[in-house]
Design a protein around this ligand. Structure first.
Ligand code: ATP
Ligand code: MG
Length: 180
């Protein structure tokens, strides 16, 4: 499984629709301070269901929508699509390519889509849990997270390994079953 393409429109500093094609291997995003490098990873976490505006470096969710600049009016919605190559079937869906889209309007209305079909956030979180690509999965390690991982208690660190090993899904199901 690898991230094949990212399409962003109206998200943070990306007013125009842009597409980034990734190839297997290492990709480095370089650019001056404030040019939008971190906004690229914010877009990936957001489309995977990040609910915390603070963790996306904003005060409220609306802050992810392009707020306008000297020469451009603010936009009314933000949309991000992530396309994954799933030829190895790591994402349990019978498709060699899986796309996830999230859209939000200033009015607060929002939508999630899986392969262009409307779905719930839960469908996305369930699908990616244990694939290593969840919004809090080990595949995205932000600047602050490095210190956090190094300084965390053994039990907290364990959850990172559990996600990597693919047992988190079963633990959560067990917990859910116990509550019922
Ligand atoms: P650094 O090298 O300092 O880490 P960076 O390349 O990671 O910088 P980002 O943090 O991704 O930069 O981008 C910050 C820019 O995004 C700022 O110029 C900020 O004004 C812009 N930005 C963030 N949210 C919005 C928004 N909603 N609308 C318009 N621009 C936004
Ligand atoms: Mg940055």
């Amino acid at each position: 499984m690898f991230l094949k393409r990212l399409e962003v429109m109206g998200f943070k500093s990306f007013a125009d629709r842009i597409g980034i094609d990734f190839v297997p291997g290492v990709t480095a995003v370089v650019g001056p301070n404030g040019s939008g490098k971190s906004n690229v990873t914010d877009a990936i976490r957001w489309v995977l269901g990040e609910q915390s505006a603070k963790s996306l470096r904003g005060a409220k969710m609306e802050d992810v929508i392009f707020a306008g600049s000297d020469s451009r009016k603010p936009l009314n919605f933000a949309e991000v699509t992530l396309v994954l190559d799933n030829t190895d079937g790591r994402v349990p869906l019978d498709y060699s390519e899986v796309s996830v889209t999230r859209r939000v309007f200033r009015s607060g209305e929002s939508a999630y889509l899986l392969n262009k079909q409307n779905c719930r956030l839960k469908d996305i979180t369930d699908l990616f849990m244990d694939s290593g690509l969840g919004k809090e999965a080990f595949s995205i390690i932000s600047q602050g997270r490095v210190d956090e991982i190094l300084n965390s208690k053994a039990e907290e660190r364990r959850s990172i390994f559990e996600e990597a090993a693919g047992v988190l899904k079963y633990k959560q199901r067990k917990k859910k079953a116990e509550v019922k």
